[in-house]
Design a protein around this ligand. Structure first.
Ligand code: ZN
Length: 133
């Protein structure tokens, strides 16, 4: 449901937008970006799948954003500033903005991972210092 400025509700397929939350079902695609779909204001979150033997076709760094990667299926590696970091489901990696990075699926299996991109140093409170009970 989407609540407009006037409060009228409009139902959207597979999406629920209420004043204080948005829910979607992510498509099973090679890359899904959630920033626009969820109306995120401080993060970009993407869901990425590489088939066996494939890689992201470029090396990149960031100006301000650190990235947190969570491997949820399969295995592969990241090359970060020339270091090879082996990855498997359950692994998490935090990468500083300036680091050059590239992700690869292993030859035997694909890899599926979530990337959370946030401005480095922007978190002011969390858990007990931000929660209100
Ligand atoms: Zn990035």
């Amino acid at each position: 449901m989407r609540v407009s400025a006037r409060g009228a509700a409009v139902k959207l397929q597979q999406e629920e937008h209420m004043e204080n939350y948005t829910k979607i079902s992510a498509a099973d695609e090679p890359r899904v970006e959630l920033h626009d779909k969820l109306g995120l204001t401080v993060a970009e979150i993407s869901i990425n799948s590489l088939p066996a033997g494939a890689s992201v076709p470029f090396v990149h760094a960031h100006r301000q954003n650190e990235e947190i990667y969570a491997v949820i299926e399969g295995s592969g590696k990241a090359v970060i500033d020339g270091d090879t970091v082996q990855l498997k489901a359950g692994d998490w990696v935090r990468i500083a903005p300036a680091a050059n990075r590239q992700f690869f699926a292993s030859a035997e299996s694909g890899i599926k991972y979530i990337c959370i991109q946030v401005k480095a140093g922007s978190l002011e409170g969390y858990t007990t210092t931000d929660a209100v009970m």
